[in-house]
Design a protein around this ligand. Structure first.
Ligand code: FES
Length: 143
């Protein structure tokens, strides 16, 4: 866990809006506190669309696996839908509803995100901190 999460009230800054190009997505592994106060990994995906950001738990409702088959590969080839890499289910970026594939009618679990002063923030949850997957990979590569 890194200790770089900044808090603004109940809003946790996870990155700057410009860290994610428009119509792109990025995964983060946050740490939530469970009912017993233990830290548990909470992988999420954030999709940026212009000045908006949408957040979902990185878990496919079909088989319960992470959506990205390669790191940060969350969108279809048109960049207009979230796509699960395992069986190709497609999800609406704005609602998380499955619109094609084996979990048709299912839905991604929403993560509340807001853009505040140019930062993408997670709101409405209590986080223990967060771990930037990319930074962790870079640290590992440097070791
Ligand atoms: S696990 Fe996502 S579509 Fe099957």
């Amino acid at each position: 866990m890194t200790e770089t999460a900044e808090t603004t009230g109940q809003a946790y800054v996870i990155c700057e809006l410009n860290d994610i190009p428009s119509r792109r997505a990025r995964g983060f592994t946050l740490l939530r506190l469970d009912d017993d106060g233990r830290e548990v990994p909470w992988p999420i995906v954030v999709v940026r669309w212009g000045r908006q950001a949408f957040g979902y738990v990185n878990r496919c409702p079909h088989d319960g696996v992470n959506l990205d088959w390669e790191r940060d590969q969350f969108l279809d080839s048109y960049g207009t839908r979230i796509m699960c890499g395992k069986h190709g289910a497609l999800f609406d970026i704005g609602t998380g509803e499955c619109i094609e594939g084996p979990c048709l009618g299912g839905k991604l679990q929403t993560v509340d995100v807001e853009v505040i002063d140019g930062d993408i923030c997670v709101t409405g949850v209590e986080l223990a901190g967060y771990e930037d997957v990319e930074d962790e990979a870079e640290k590992t590569a440097e070791d």
